[in-house]
Design a protein around this ligand. Structure first.
Ligand code: MG
Length: 451
């Protein structure tokens, strides 16, 4: 069967594959799947958001569901709302997360506020493709009401999980760059509640994303890095378009790679509680070192945040996340949360009495090297099989692609989920060794693809 949901919901270019008709049908399918009850609806500030949200709402209501419209809020805020309202069946968020401005998407949430499990998505896909929609009669059509209180409740929830007094005492200066995205309505206020001096850049919601592209990568954060230095701030924080990710800039204006923030936060979470940490197979060894040192246990998964979240739930993990800044704190909720990640990072900085750059320098240092090798889609499976043959006898991990361990590093090769290529990630203690391992990984893919 053709799939509707990708790894992170339904995504498409507005007016081409992401249309009002699609949104109505998806709303009908989700409504039919839930059967009855109430669902929350939210969106990021993309220009097509109001149009798609109304179309999804119409589909949901036509199947008999009640809709609570939360308006324009971060995805984790909508997830927290569903998570903390026991009566809700689930939720729908209109967002394309970190994708460029021409995209939008539809994300479905289950009753716990988590991204839906694959089985539930398949049930909705079956209803959609077979057009088996429930059509409520005149008296059964659902109602729509608004709840403007979701953002405040979400911020109160975050504040209940950090040492607010310890953070307030440091009087930190923070530059926030929410990318003109949904984080504009929460992050500056959250920082103010934590006693910070707050400066913002790209701080007004604008679906045209006039300031920068919504993905918080080093290439897109030049303005933030400069502003942190000029304002003599303690740190900078950047979100993606729906603020489920947080990436940091230290007080020297240096971009802090996501594996380092992940390691700093893991160290602090394990110090408090011990326990299990979950991350994809592609994450840096720095996390492994930190978790081992803290007496914790690291579980590796396939790449993708819903898989990380589901594994965390199954394993009763205390912490988890990905190197792209998508980090989960299960005591708060089982989903990536940019606001929560920010509050926890401020707590780490405040309690250590150190600067962010010093904290990052205290971590084991690794070098990561990335490459990509073109592989036609029809050769993907054969290439994977070929790789397994080529690495016979070596220490490998096959959770997602093939990861080869060497005494002084590792190389992972895995097929891209969306493009006709294999990604190669290599890591070692020196840049030269990482480069050599990446070259070996790329070479193995080229040999495997030839068969
Ligand atoms: Mg996102």
């Amino acid at each position: 069967m053709t799939r509707l949901f990708g790894t992170n919901g339904i995504r498409g270019v507005v007016g081409q594959d992401m249309t009002a008709e699609l949104a109505v049908r998806v709303g009908r399918a989700i409504g039919t799947h839930f059967g009855s009850g109430t669902v929350a609806l939210a969106r990021d500030p993309r220009l097509s958001g109001p149009m798609l949200a109304r179309a999804v709402a119409a589909g949901l209501m036509s199947s008999g569901l009640e809709v609570v419209d939360l308006g324009m809020v971060p995805t984790p805020c909508a997830q927290y709302y569903v998570h903390t309202h026991a009566g809700l069946k689930g939720g729908v968020v209109i967002t394309a997360s970190h994708n460029p401005r021409e995209f939008n998407g539809i994300k479905a949430l289950d009753a716990q506020g988590m991204e839906m499990a694959r089985e539930e998505e398949e049930a909705i896909e079956a209803l959609y493709f077979e057009e088996r929609y429930r059509a409520a009669d005149w008296s059964g059509v659902g109602d729509l009401r608004s709840d403007p209180g979701a953002a405040d409740a979400y911020m109160r929830g975050i504040l209940s999980h950090v040492d607010v007094e310890a953070i307030r005492k440091r009087h930190l200066t923070v530059v926030a760059d929410p990318a003109n995205g949904a984080g504009c309505v929460t992050t500056p206020y959250l920082l103010r509640a934590l006693g910070c001096r707050v400066l913002t850049i790209n701080g007004q919601p604008d679906g045209a994303f006039p300031g920068r592209l919504p993905e918080p990568t080093v290439e897109h954060l030049g303005d933030l890095m400069r502003m942190v230095v000029e304002a003599k701030a303690d740190l900078g924080v950047a979100h993606d378009g729906d603020a489920d990710r947080a990436i940091f800039v230290d007080e020297t204006g240096a971009f802090l790679y996501g594996d380092k923030s992940l390691a700093l936060l893991a160290r602090s979470e394990l110090a408090a509680h011990g326990g299990t940490v979950v991350t994809p197979v592609s994450t840096s060894s720095v996390l492994e070192d930190v978790v081992r040192e803290a007496g914790g246990h690291l579980v590796r998964t396939r790449v993708g945040s819903p898989i990380v979240a589901r594994t965390m739930l199954a394993q009763g993990a205390v912490f988890g996340g990905e190197e792209n800044g998508g980090i989960l704190f299960p005591a708060h909720q089982f989903c990536r949360d940019g606001g929560m990640t920010l509050a926890k990072m401020l707590e780490v900085v405040a309690k250590s009495g150190e600067s962010l750059s010093k904290l990052a320098a205290s971590l084991p240092q690794y070098h990561l090297q990335k490459q990509a090798v073109e592989v036609p889609i029809e050769r993907r499976e054969a290439t994977l099989q070929g790789l397994l043959g080529l690495v016979k006898g070596r220490k490998v991990e096959t959770i997602d692609g093939v990861k080869i361990y060497e005494p002084d590093g590792w190389v992972l090769v895995r097929p891209s989920g969306t493009e006709p290529l294999f990604r190669v990630y290599a890591e070692a203690r020196t840049a030269e060794r990482a480069k050599a391992l990446a070259a070996e990984g790329a070479d193995l893919v080229r040999r495997a693809v030839r068969g």
